[in-house]
Design a protein around this ligand. Structure first.
Ligand code: CUA
Length: 355
């Protein structure tokens, strides 16, 4: 009797400490801004799921830690107790049912909820748009349907119209990558040989980072591009520009995003603006870049000519600078830049780096 009563008396302070700490933990957890800006409809359900998991997990964490710390302090061994053991607790059916049933109920409830959220965000909407996303060391290329279902057109920047559902068909040309736009909250592996998918409905206009979230080699950290969410009108204009540029002799309506507004492309802007950015990997004094993942252009291009520079942009494997590894520089600039953009970039590099 006496022992049971003293056991009960431990319960009250334990519960009080646990409740207060849990509330503080939940408040702190909800106050912390865990994620970047949210730009998709699915993001809302995902962020709410996160909050619910947090609210449920904090009290469990606190419960376990409080019991451990309280027991360490209250029931610690005192001098003379070295050979003593606590009272054995065996065959307490009620206790065992409780500590099995409660976690089981919590787990089943959370799994069902998470499954419902997943089902919900994976449901296709009518008239969804498709974008094929292809990862390779170390760049992403985005393919859009051609005019009237014709040949696909490629872009190295992801453009999406606001408030329209899009399905990403994700593929890889070489190793595992992972297509991730943190603002959309979802990501999926790009796996060689198969197509993986997810859906997003962008809800916020702006420019958001596209990240590779799977360690894929030396250039993994620079496998970053941009997702531009624009108004439906701007998107249609952009896509028709992209289609026009793919056509031989196609009229230049707007120019690429880097060159902008129909102006003749400017080499320096292309160098620092076209993605994946030259300036992310190369040092070039004139452009103010100091990255050293690729050769320092102020040195490597000394005495070289336009033909060499053009070849290095279009086919980086043709001649690899000593001390650097082949296959790090993206080899898709030939597809994603217009011929006049490659010329502008070449002319610019001849101008500022060869003398
Ligand atoms: Cu591709 Cu990391």
């Amino acid at each position: 009797m006496g022992e049971e009563r003293s056991g009960r008396s431990h319960l009250v302070p334990l519960l009080a400490i646990g409740a207060v700490t849990s509330l503080c933990g939940i408040a702190l957890g909800l106050l912390i801004d865990w994620f970047p800006t949210r730009a998709s409809a699915e993001g809302k359900a995902i962020d709410t799921l996160w909050d619910v998991l947090l609210i449920v997990s904090v009290p469990i964490f606190v419960l376990v830690q409080t019991i451990v710390l309280y027991s360490v302090w209250k029931f610690r061994m005192r001098p003379g107790q070295e050979l003593m053991d606590g009272p054995p607790i065996h065959g307490n059916t009620r206790l065992e049912v409780i500590w099995t049933a409660i976690p089981a109920v919590i787990l089943v409830a959370l799994c069902s909820y998470a499954y419902a959220v997943l089902r919900d965000i994976e449901t296709a909407e009518a008239n969804e748009m498709k974008v094929r996303v292809v990862g390779e060391q170390f760049t992403w290329t985005f393919y859009y349907p051609g005019e009237g279902g014709g040949k696909e057109v490629a872009s190295n920047q992801l453009y999406l119209p606001r408030d329209k559902s899009v399905r990403f068909d994700v593929q890889s040309k070489d190793v595992l990558h992972d297509f991730w736009v943190p603002a959309f909250r979802q990501k999926i592996d790009a796996v060689p040989g198969i197509t993986t998918r997810f859906r997003v409905k962008p809800t916020k206009t702006g420019t958001f980072p596209v990240v590779c979230a799977e360690l894929c080699g030396l250039g993994h950290a620079v496998m970053r591009q941009s997702a531009h969410v624009v108004s439906p009108g701007q998107f249609d204009q952009w896509l028709s520009d992209l289609r026009a540029k793919g056509r031989p002799g196609g009229e230049q309506v707007g120019g690429s995003a880097a060159a902008g507004g129909g102006k003749a492309p400017d080499g320096k802007t292309l160098f620092t603006g076209v993605e994946p950015k030259c300036s992310s990997c190369h040092t070039l004094a004139d452009a103010g870049s100091d990255a050293t993942i690729g050769p320092v252009l102020d040195k490597a291009l000394k005495g070289k000519d336009a033909a060499f520079i053009r070849q290095s942009i279009e086919d980086p494997s043709a001649e690899v600078e000593k001390g650097f590894q082949d296959g790090i520089m993206p080899n898709n600039y030939k597809d994603t830049l217009r011929p006049e953009e490659i010329k502008a970039l070449t002319d610019y590099l001849v101008e500022v780096a060869t003398k």
